[in-house]
Design a protein around this ligand. Sequence first.
Ligand SMILES: Cc1ncc(COP(=O)(O)OP(=O)(O)O)c(N)n1
Ligand SMILES: Cc1nc(C(=O)O)sc1CCOP(=O)(O)O
Ligand SMILES: [Mg+2]
Length: 356
Amino acid sequence: MNDSRQISYRILDASANRAAEGIRTIEEFARFGLEDSDSAGAAKALRHELAAALSQLNRTELLTARDTDADVGTTLQTAAEYSRTEIADVITAAAERVQQSLRVLEEYGKTIDVEFARRIESLRYRAYTHHRRIELQAMAHRRTRRLAEAVLYLLIDCGSSESMFVETIRSLSQAGVDVFQLRDKQASDRELFERAKVGAAIAKDCDALFIVNDRADIALSADADGVHVGQDELPATMARRVLGGGRLVGVSTHDIAQVHQAIADGADYIGCGPTFPSTTKSFDAHAGTAFLEQVHAETRQTPRPAFAIGGINPQNLDQVTACGFHRIAVTAAINDADDPAAAARALRRRLDASAG
Ligand SMILES: Cc1ncc(COP(=O)(O)OP(=O)(O)O)c(N)n1
Ligand SMILES: Cc1nc(C(=O)O)sc1CCOP(=O)(O)O
Ligand SMILES: [Mg+2]
């Protein structure tokens, strides 16, 4: 059995390595993924200050206490350690590891050197702030990357049951739907919230995005990827304020002035329509394909994903792609099809082909 000083040193040595590795993991993403010099600089400063604090400890005792071969923890693994598919998950895991390790350094450090423990405590608080920022950046990175490649966007309602709702998202994401929007004007707030919570988790699992129509509060509380607002709802700037950083805000536009405003307001994407008469929603007038052509000309200068919407179906899709639009948002063309998955697959194939 080791004596207590040796135990403390062994724990400090392991935790110091873990904290430094975690900080480095985060720093690499800030540097090479986000290319954010502030964030990378903050991680580097944390790493250097950790090294400076550790130099207060006796390095010989640290190294002497190390016995990796005899460490029973090296063979203990959880399924979660190997289930990271997204960079955002890697960053979250690294941030948690750093914070836990700093806490361990602080607690066991108190048994060796109180001044060292104090330095680690202040480092831990700085790490919380830095990690909050970088975790939000990593989540935003996943969402904007996914949005940038999205071409097929589907509006869905709450469905007849939760299991049907889940199955719809799973099967249609496999069939090529990139973005799901929960749009159900009849559902209660509670029902929207419950479906949004489940839908957001399933969509993430399927590498799809999940957006809530109209309601920034429900999008945030359900941990959805974002909200879609129209001209009668919260302005995009306010929706963003409700959602905080890292989530998407989409805006409906019906004329070019609204497109300019949405872009100025920082919309992540726009819906452009109505293109054709729709069986889902009735309109007094239709912006038509002329509007799509105009938007296409404009958004070449200010790139922002733009989804054509309103009555789009397999019969009129070519008119949409002829305007330079290779992204569409639909309801009836998929939901009312005899075989929704087949309909989604067919639309997806044609959109991919048209985008070349
Ligand atoms: C992708 C997308 N584009 C446009 C709309 C329409 O939004 P809005 O004008 O707010 O109308 P409602 O959907 O709330 O009836 C949309 N939902 N999605
Ligand atoms: C909800 C909605 N908003 C539109 C707009 O132009 O702003 S068109 C539309 C209906 C979309 O469903 P479908 O594909 O069945 O027409
Ligand atoms: Mg709306």
